[in-house]
Write a protein that binds this ligand. Structure first.
Ligand SMILES: [Fe+2]
Length: 200
């Protein structure tokens, strides 16, 4: 399936039926992997100012402040802080193994391909994040931090000087992105009954 179609498919998953804590845990997993994939870019594109500007908004940054979290960190550290604080643990046994499978799939990509998946995410994730924000009442669940996390990302990635704009000069390799978003869809499948993303 074409990668843009896979992105659509992910966006259209029935997020309201997925357990909110499990969604947060998958985000923590992908945010950690995102940070390590992004770090390959420093060696690959040392003279690219737009890359560096984008990375400065993702890594060791203080652009996320919520409740008692106000320090420099990668964005996954923001999520990790609240996952620990609110003792969020998986509700399904399939979640940890799906996370392991996702990470090893991405680790099978070359450094340049991993960086490219990050640049693609800057463009594609906004749509997915908007759907996830709307799917649950994050504030009444006590997960206001996660709504804040998603909304901040939508803000950082979009607009004239947003991350998507800063990285759109990098070429996209469609077959690699197909593999990437397929791995991502497989990860999200673990949120649903029978590990399936197909409507029953
Ligand atoms: Fe971003």
């Amino acid at each position: 399936m074409e990668y843009k179609k896979l992105v659509q498919k992910i966006a259209n998953l029935d997020w309201a039926k997925a357990n909110p804590g499990d969604i947060v845990l998958l985000s923590l997993c992908t945010a950690k992997e995102f940070a390590s994939s992004l770090r390959f870019g420093f060696d690959l594109y040392p003279n690219d100012e737009r890359f560096k500007e984008m990375a400065s908004g993702e890594l060791k940054t203080d652009n996320m402040v919520f409740e008692d979290y106000a320090r420099k960190g990668d964005h996954w550290e923001f999520l990790d802080h609240f996952v620990t604080k609110y003792k969020i643990t998986p509700t399904k046994s399939t979640i940890p193994s799906a996370m392991e499978n996702y990470v090893s799939a991405v680790e099978g990509f070359s450094d340049a391909d991993r960086a490219m998946t990050v640049f693609s995410r800057e463009e594609e994730l906004t749509l997915i994040f908007e759907k996830i924000v709307a799917a649950h009442d994050w504030d009444s669940l006590g997960f206001g931090f996660y709504k804040y996390y998603l909304k901040q990302h939508i803000l950082f990635d979009s607009g004239d000087n947003g991350h998507a704009h800063l990285t759109k000069h990098f070429p996209m390799h469609k077959p690699t992105l197909e593999r990437f978003y397929k791995a991502r869809l497989d990860l999200y499948a673990s949120l649903f009954p029978y590990g399936s993303t197909e409507p029953k």
